[in-house]
Design a protein around this ligand. Sequence first.
Ligand SMILES: [Zn+2]
Length: 365
Amino acid sequence: MRGTRGPASLSRTFNPTMLALARESRGETQSGLARTIGITQGHISRIEAGQSPASDAIISDVVDALGYPEHFFFMDEPVYGPGVSEFFHRKHNTSTKVLNRMHANLNVRRIHVARLMAAAELNSENIPRLNPRDFGSPEAVARAIRSTWNLPPGPVEDLTSAVEDAGGIVLHCDFGTRDVDGVSRWIPGLPPMFFLNRDMPGDRMRLTLAHELGHVVMHRAPRPEMEEEAYSFGRELLMPEDEIRPHFQRVTVHSLAEMKPFWRVSMAALLYCAGELGAISERQRRTLYMQLGSRGFRRQEPPELDVPIEKPTLLQEIVQMHQNDLGYTVDELADLLALKTEEMLSLYDVTMTHEERRRRLRAVG
Ligand SMILES: [Zn+2]
C-alpha cells in the first residue's frame, strides 16, 4: 500500500467526462471556463463531448482554472445521475445549474468514498432491503430496522452513529442551495451513502437522514407512494407510535417545546406526528400550527431548544486508518482523493505530522 502514488484506476488518457464533472462541481459554465482559459466555448464543448482532443496546454490551463490536480482529469471513474430518492425531491424553482453543481460535488465525494473504501472492509448487512408491502406498512419496516439495530425503546439518541454502526456512510456536504435537504445513494460495491445538506439545524438533519434511510431500505425503483412511505418510515423510526402516544395526552405549544429536546425532533415534526397518529383533531392541529407561526417558530424554533448536530465519524476513521495503519502522508492522501492538498484538508480532518505542518507553514509563508 505504502508508496503507491496515484490511484489504481488512473488511466493514461484524458477523460472528457472528468472535465465536465470538475467544471460543474465548481459551478462553472462552458462559456465561463472558455473565457477564463481563452478558448472558444465550441472548443470546450467539443473536448467535453470527446470530439476534440485536449492539448497539454489546455489541460494545464484547466488544472489552474478548476483547482483539481492534473490526474483528476485522467481518472476512469463513472459519473452517476440523480438517484431514486431524488425522483420526487426536486423543487421546481431550483435552477438546473445549482442542481448540476450539487450532483457533480456528490459524484466527487462518491469517488472519495470509493477510493477510501478500497482499503477498508465495511459490513452493510444491517441495512437490508425491505419491501413495505411484505411488512404491511413503512412503519413496520421502521420497527424492523429498530429491532435489527437493537435500538432501545424511545428516542434514537444518535441516528448518525446508528446508521454508521449499520455500515452506512454519512457525509455533511455543501449543497450550494437550501432547496435540497438530503440525497442518498446505494451504488453496487459501495456502502449506502447519505449526503446531508450541512446548512440545516440538527433536528432537520435527523429527520432527513431517517427519511433517506427509508428510501435506501424500501425503494429500489421510484413509485408514486414512495415519498409518503419515506416520511412514515422516518416518523416511526424517530417517534415510535407506541412510545410517543402517551406523551400526546395534552398537546400545546409548551408541551411540544418540552418534548423537543427529549425526542430530538422539531416542534413542527412532533405536531405533525400527533396529527398523523390521531392524537389531536385536524382542527387542533391547525390551531397549534397557527400558534407556532404567530410566535415565529415556523421560521425558526427557539434557539435554546436547538438539537445538537450529530457528527459523522466513520469516513473520518477510514481517512485516519490510511494515515496511521497504511502510512499515507497528507500529500499521498490528497493524491488518492484526486484533490489539491488544501482542499483535501478543508474536507477531511487529517492529522499532520510535525514535519508536514512545518513544511505547509513554510509553503504558505
Ligand atoms: Zn424522499
